[in-house]
Ligand binder design. Sequence first.
Ligand code: PMP
Length: 469
Amino acid sequence: MFPTHDEIDLWYEKGQSLIWHPFTQMKEWEDEKPTIIVSGEGATLCDIEGNRYLDATSSIWVNIHGHRHKSINQAMKKQLDRIAHSTLLGLTNLPAIELAEQLIQIAPKGDVKHKESGEAEKLTKVFYSDNGSTAVEIALKIAFSYWQHLGGEYKRKKKFVSFSNAYHGDTIGSVSVGGIDLFHAAYGPLLFDTINISSPTCYRCPIGLNYPSCKLACVDEAEKVLKKHHRRLAGLIIEPLIQAAAGMLCAPPGYLRKIRALCTKYEILMIVDEVATGFGRTGKMFASEHEGLVPDLMAISKGLTGGYLPLAATLTRQKIYDAFLGDYAEFKTFFHGHSYTGNPLGCAAAIANLKVFKKEKTLEKLKEKIIYVKKSLMSWRRWKHVGDIRQVGLMIAIELVADKKTKLSYPLEMRVGGAVCQEAKSRGVLLRPLGNVIAIVPPLSITLDELEKIITVVGAAIRKVTAKK
Ligand code: PMP
């Protein structure tokens, strides 16, 4: 039954006044009628007035197989009939065990064999939490403590390497390793210091070179930093292949793998933040697989439950886990945990998510969609205000610029990206801008017809807005 006009007006009033929304200027929010989502199916969201929108952000990069997927719904209902939550402090539960086993199975295996055993390197332990930021915090704390537990000279290894333009979440630890001034600079006095490396982005190369003639000079720059500081470095944290929140900034092919080799060479733990890139977004289950590497620690969340429930995990290698073992009185215990750690309902959703990947051959079917997008956007490169188009799998970004030749950005205050998204919304496609970058991150289950609609709408919106500005 649809609500009456009076009921809808009341929801609008409450929707404007009660909730403080993330990354939102609330003064503006209070002045506008909010879009109130009431249901979803597949890649479509439906609002309280019955308007339908294509969810071209996957509800902020979380949804994988579409909304209200039958198998995931069923798995969750089945789990609800057993238990919704019990703690992992002193207890364990079936979905958490089963999911851990599967995550270890699908984690990046790499193509480098262990020196002594000859076995492929792998991640063998799973530490659960609730969101991407906590998965990152946990990785940082584990990396820090690891060297402290090893003792001796290693106790000096207390610092982290982070990248400019990085985004790893909004808690204080994850902001400390972040590098987006607009979001992070205000909290400077609260943050711990890191050693910075320039973002390995090609469109505006920080060292002014061009790929491939640069011969990955950015790796040499990184090595200088690691060589100088390695005795003090506990870990390096990186978004693999693509710095997502900064505007889908792409690293050159080979960069990630070379950074892996440098981390090994200089005894620095490599933390790969696969929160945005994990679960098929880049065309493979994890972005690390594109370059055949195994990180020392890997943070995952977002797509883990198919976009159904908040759940996260930090995966690590055996040698790191082993460093925390000892008699209780040695106090090597990893003193960290959240109330909902290993939540059975979330884990049941995640298991169902992985099952759908297999059953629906999600990754195989993705290839056609990735190529379709690539081809469809090709001609946009010639458009006057399209500076760059970046795509890794189904993570797609169109960067709009005021001047194509000089790559001059539109001033952020002009909110060109916001205007394009507003225009697209009026045509039935929901997007969220990253500054002047229009990001398209649809559910992996999106159909070619739906992709065609998204591309047509975004193209029309870009043309309309940039013609005016
Ligand atoms: N890491 C990356 C790479 C992300 O993109 C995000 C979220 N966009 C996070 C961490 C933080 O995740 P969450 O919002 O779930 O805390």
